[in-house]
Design a protein around this ligand. Structure first.
Ligand code: ACO
Length: 432
């Protein structure tokens, strides 16, 4: 970490002004502008925060040019190959890989906090059967703050740990309850002896009258997808969690805000949108039309699962998922998804060779293929973004904990460039 002064020339007056430049362990340096308004009377203007670092963080590093993603310094490829979601969760939360005892203790803490208070289950009955699961999940997670107010002192490290264990353990149970409600099937209670993803499959697909065999291939595939989705530094939903949390609100409310942000089609909702798009395209003969539509400035259609704010070369998660798609569809024999995957591969090839996509550095992102895997696992489209939310909860919690302990953190309060009417006098209604 280093620090130095950086001189820029003030527009207009031509006077030089000094900004502090800070460097981290990797990635571009940042200019500290927090005193700019006090000293110069101007704000910076950066809609979408494409050029603004909102905090310093030790959790995840992305190099969008090189297609690099690290969690706490470990390359995503190594974690995907050798780790498990629970171990990655520990790593993201606590900063280091656990030793065997730490891992066993953490795993046990998660396995033994999976049950929901029965009152939660009654909430679901208040939802209409066709309510979107994301609406149910964000609502029920916000309601958790009504149950655990005895352990929500955000300044208390033990309370923060209890919150982390509770939300990570219970979010699959909440997701499964939302799914079961949409099907009109009875809720299935978690089983502590099952690992995280096997338990999720059990709660999703078990029904009382028949035994359900958990397919280890499916559980492993889910585990890998969850590793890939666990964190992605200051993305829209994570920044939302930090932002909401910066007011000092309880962490369940902050996570609920993040779930809502994730729902949008430009973010976590893209996995559902990709499958809708592929189904709409339907046949390889129609791919060109859709690619042309995506390029047409007058058409709002975008190629779903393509493009990323940070990755301008390739999304390393997409490369891992594409390989996994090949293996999984082969192993599960999910023949109904073969044609959809073929269509996706062909669409990718056509877009990658197209001048428009090349020029704008648009590559498939993680969600271009994740929906195909979820479908092969029997998970319905409306649940795709919920699956993403389950995995990303770990990242949100890690960031929330970091934010709460960061001495530099302040309530999020951006400024604006006002372009509305200048002051004018009120005119009574009978004279308008
Ligand atoms: N199809 C066609 N054109 C695109 C696409 C796309 N998928 N994505 C970006 N572009 C074009 C834009 O129209 C813009 O063109 P212009 O320079 O002529 O105006 C240019 O590429 C730059 O795109 P922006 O929208 O400015 O990039 P931004 O960083 O704001 O948006 C985003 C990134 C939201 C991911 C965008 O690429 C998109 O909408 N993609 C489709 C949705 C999607 O897959 N989202 C999932 C993201 S990954 C995740 O959240 C897990």
């Amino acid at each position: 970490m280093g620090e130095r002064r950086y001189s820029v020339v003030e527009a207009g007056s031509g006077a030089a002004l000094e900004l502090r430049e800070r460097s981290g362990t990797a990635g571009p340096n940042v200019l500290e502008i927090s005193q700019l308004y006090r000293n110069q009377g101007v704000f910076t203007y950066d809609p979408g925060f494409g050029a603004t670092a909102s905090c310093s963080s030790t959790i995840t590093y992305i190099d969008g040019e090189q297609g690099i993603l690290h969690y706490r310094g470990y390359p995503i490829e190594q974690l995907a190959e050798q780790s498990t979601f629970i171990e990655v969760a520990y790593l993201l939360l606590y900063g280091e890989l656990p030793n065997p005892d730490e891992l066993a203790e953490f795993d046990l803490a998660i396995r033994t906090h999976t049950m929901l208070n029965e009152s939660f289950l009654r909430f679901f009955n208040g939802f209409h059967h066709d309510a979107h699961p994301m609406a149910m999940v964000s609502g029920v997670v916000a309601c958790m703050s009504a149950f655990y107010h005895d352990s929500m002192n955000i300044q208390n490290a033990r309370h923060r740990d209890i919150f982390a264990h509770r939300i990570i353990a219970k979010i699959p149970t909440i997701a499964a309850a939302a799914y079961k409600h949409s099907l009109g099937q009875p809720f299935v209670y978690p089983k502590n002896k099952l690992d995280y993803c096997s338990n999720l499959l059990h709660m999703f697909f078990s029904v009382p009258p028949a035994p359900y065999e958990i397919d280890p291939v499916a559980a492993q595939a889910l585990d890998l997808l969850f590793i890939l989705h666990a964190d992605h530094e200051q993305n829209c939903s994570t920044s939302t969690v930090r932002f909401a949390g910066s007011s000092g609100t309880n962490p369940y409310s902050a996570i609920s805000a993040g779930i809502s942000a994730l729902w949008g089609p430009a973010h976590g909702g893209a996995n559902e949108a990709v499958i809708n798009m592929l189904e709409e395209i339907g046949d390889r003969s129609r791919i060109r039309d859709y690619v042309d539509r995506a390029k047409d400035r007058n058409d709002p259609f975008r190629l779903m699962g393509f493009g990323h704010r940070v990755y301008k070369n390739y999304d390393p998660r997409a490369a891992i998922i594409r390989r996994m798609c090949h293996r999984l569809l082969e192993k599960l024999g999910a023949s109904q998804d073969g044609p959809l995957f073929e269509l996706a591969l062909e669409l990718e090839q056509i877009a990658l060779k197209d001048e428009y996509f090349i020029e704008k550095n648009l590559y498939p992102n993680v969600d271009f293929y994740s929906g195909i895997i979820y479908r092969a696992l029997g998970i319905p489209k409306s649940m795709f973004t919920v699956m993403f939310a389950i995995a990303r909860t770990v990242g949100w919690v890690a960031h929330w904990r970091e934010m709460v302990r960061d001495p530099e953190s302040r309530i999020g309060r951006p400024r604006q460039l006002y372009i509305g009417p200048a002051q004018r006098d009120y005119v009574p209604v009978d004279r308008r």
